[in-house]
Design a protein around this ligand. Structure first.
Ligand code: NAD
Length: 368
């Protein structure tokens, strides 16, 4: 069977949110099925990674993922002031597999060509750089994340260093706002996860005089942090309830939930993980408890800033990453002034920017 491309109408799907379009491409001969969703391209062509996942219970679940993730990319790109819209790709994986075949990646490349440059993708969960080298044999619309910049590749974490810098400046903005302190001297930070982002983050915090409490499932990483930063080690179950100033979730999402809420003693939550709140209403719970939450998609944008900044120097990328602190200062100030939780404020800023972009393009249409 040749590649079959369709544009399903998903407007009745519960996760649909005025998406501009959804493409579905299939080739049963090679067990290939993909959904590509473009949420909003008012600020520029869609950008967002490509997920390969064989665990979808049904088609609705794959559609839910692509609709929600593409919307999330609109918000992340817009809040980071990137000239890109939101899009995402979800390949419905063959049961029992964890990675796409070269045939699947080439088929994806052909499907991307159908979008004529309105969207570009790259690695995400279940895909890696080499997959996009293969897709790149048949399409120009892929990005390979390995953006080598002088010095950065040799540092711990490699490109995740940009994400770590973003978390660091965002955390400092939160500390300045909540604790009235302009550096991290003596600030107690509990860090969950010591991976590519959190390890360099701990280095910055330690160099700045913070006291670290850490945990990871990997004991080797924990021992290293104890030796290198004088960190206190606790178990993964205990980390969120530590008596600290800042809790920094840098492992997986969903840490802030009904069960953990009452145990949180930190005054600030600022970390790298995506989807830190199990439910949207937890942002309001944190707000009412006086806990300052740095919205995850705002503070962890250093990664996406790096990925889309191909051709820019390290200094240019860093300048954009440092803006994460400024954006968060605006979010925190507006949250106080309007007595609204920080998630709502960040979302509102995005909606305002999107509305502005729509007005500008409407004006241009009229002028033409
Ligand atoms: P990573 O895989 O390098 O590190 C994650 C670490 O968390 C690992 O050391 C792992 O052992 C540990 N971990 C997992 N579950 C744990 C648990 N229950 N308790 C304690 N430790 C646990 O990942 P990363 O690249 O450092 O990313 C961290 C988080 O930030 C992820 O949620 C990722 O989606 C998000 N994020 C990363 C980037 C980036 O540039 N890498 C960008 C944006 C968001």
């Amino acid at each position: 069977m040749a590649l079959d491309i369709s544009y399903p109408d998903l407007s009745d799907h519960p996760s649909f949110d005025n998406h501009e379009m959804v493409l579905c491409a299939q080739d049963s001969d090679i067990d290939f099925k993909v959904y590509i969703a473009l949420h909003n391209t008012g600020h520029g062509p869609g950008r967002g990674g490509c997920r390969y996942w064989s665990g979808y219970a049904d088609d609705m679940a794959a559609q839910r993922d692509v609709l929600r993730l593409s919307r999330g990319m609109t918000f992340k790109n817009t809040l980071a002031n990137l000239p890109y819209g939101g899009g995402k790709t979800v390949i419905v994986g063959t049961p029992g597999t964890r990675a796409p075949t070269p045939e699947i990646m080439r088929a994806l490349g052909h499907a991307l060509n159908a979008l004529d440059g309105r969207y570009e993708t790259g690695e995400d969960v279940g895909t890696c750089t080499s997959d996009f080298v293969i897709a790149g044999e048949v399409t120009e619309h892929v990005r390979v994340r390995a953006v080598a910049r002088a010095g950065v590749q040799d540092l711990p974490g490699g490109p995740a260093l940009y994400t770590a810098h973003g978390i660091y400046v965002g955390m400092k903005a939160a500390v300045a706002h909540k604790l009235g302190q302009n550096d991290m001297t003596g600030v107690r930070v509990a860090v969950k996860g010591l991976g590519n982002v959190a390890y360099p983050l701990c280095q910055f915090l330690h160099a700045d005089g913070a006291h670290l409490v850490v945990t990871d499932l990997d004991q080797e990483k924990v021992s290293r942090a104890v030796a290198e930063f004088g960190a206190q080690a606790v178990s993964p179950d205990e980390i969120i309830a530590q008596d600290v100033d800042v809790y920094s979730p840098c492992a997986l999402g969903g840490d802030i939930n009904d069960e953990s809420m009452d145990s949180i003693k930190a005054k600030i939550i600022a970390g790298a993980a995506n989807n830190q709140l199990a439910l949207r209403r937890h942002a309001q719970d944190l707000h009412e408890r006086g806990i300052l939450y740095a919205p995850d998609y705002a503070i962890n944008a250093g990664g996406v800033i790096n990925v889309v900044s191909v051709g820019q120097s390290h200094e240019q990328v860093m300048a954009q990453v440092l803006n994460i602190g400024t954006t968060l200062e605006q979010v925190f100030a507006r949250s106080d002034a309007e007595d609204k939780n920080t998630s709502i404020v960040a979302d509102t800023i995005v909606m305002e920017r999107l509305a502005e972009a729509e007005n500008v393009s409407a004006d241009l249409d009229e002028a033409c």
